[in-house]
Design a protein around this ligand. Structure first.
Ligand code: FAD
Length: 209
């Protein structure tokens, strides 16, 4: 269950958590997707468990796990008279990403960027990377993830600002950023001493050779 949002993420909007817009709501009144409204108050009260809403009040696929999304669409398709829950097949391939697939792909990109970052970065390279991270934290397709990432980076003490002087610093910073999300999702933290083996050199035991 490491990938599922933690219990606190299913609490109402007043609490600060990863999924401020994810509510635990009875599902019987869940409308089909096409019936979602732009009225966020209405939309949030009708959101089924685990589905995160977009800023316009509609379900946000890239903010939601594939399982929760399938539950939502299954419910939308179900006829009122259906009394049994069919077993869901495994998710089909080549479909739009859910929050997890999107996250895995993005971390692969981000850690690979730190792995190929210069050992000593020029001022220009640092500026470019800072700009990239700033934009990523605004444009990331899971908006709740983006909001939290941006907030974390902008922590007032400055302790979470990207460290961009060279590969080692940047790789460790990226590992810490990823661990921040791991913690919030209730996942195991990664030992940052090994980020380079995971993302650059391959493991010392030779399994990647
Ligand atoms: C910027 C950002 C913000 C996100 N915010 C959210 C969010 O708010 N809510 C949400 O549900 N999901 C969020 N995600 C997605 C989430 O982090 C995971 O990608 C997703 O849950 C899939 O997790 P996973 O267990 O498959 O492995 P991932 O966490 O995707 O990790 C992939 C691989 O990276 C390695 N790894 C793990 N931790 C580290 C680390 N600290 N340093 C180096 N390597 C590591 C491991 O080998 C792991 O298998 C976010 C993703 C990104 C990129």
């Amino acid at each position: 269950m490491a990938d599922a949002p933690s219990k606190s993420q299913t609490q109402p909007q007043s609490q600060k958590n990863l999924f401020a817009h994810q509510l635990q709501i009875p599902t019987a009144t869940t409308p089909p997707l096409s019936e979602s409204t732009n009225d966020s108050a209405t939309a949030t009260t009708k959101t089924p468990s685990g589905v995160v809403l977009d800023k316009d009040g509609k379900p946000c696929r890239t903010c939601t796990s594939a399982a929760a999304w399938r539950n939502l669409t299954k419910r939308a398709k179900a006829t009122p008279s259906s009394s049994t829950t069919p077993t869901l097949p495994s998710p089909p391939k080549e479909c739009p990403p859910d929050v997890e697939e999107l996250g895995r792909s993005t971390w692969t990109l981000l850690h690979s960027m730190s792995a190929t970052y210069p050992e000593k970065a020029t001022a220009e390279q640092q500026t470019e990377m800072r700009g990239f991270l700033k934009l990523l934290s605004k444009l990331y397709p899971c908006w709740v993830c983006a909001d939290d990432f941006r907030t974390w980076m902008a922590e007032p003490s400055g302790k979470n600002e990207p460290r961009l002087s060279g590969r080692k610093e940047f790789g460790n910073w990226m590992c810490e950023a990823h661990n921040e999300v791991n913690r919030k999702l209730g996942k195991k933290e990664f030992d940052c001493r090994f980020w380079e083996e995971r993302w650059r050199t391959g493991w010392k035991d030779g399994r990647c050779d």
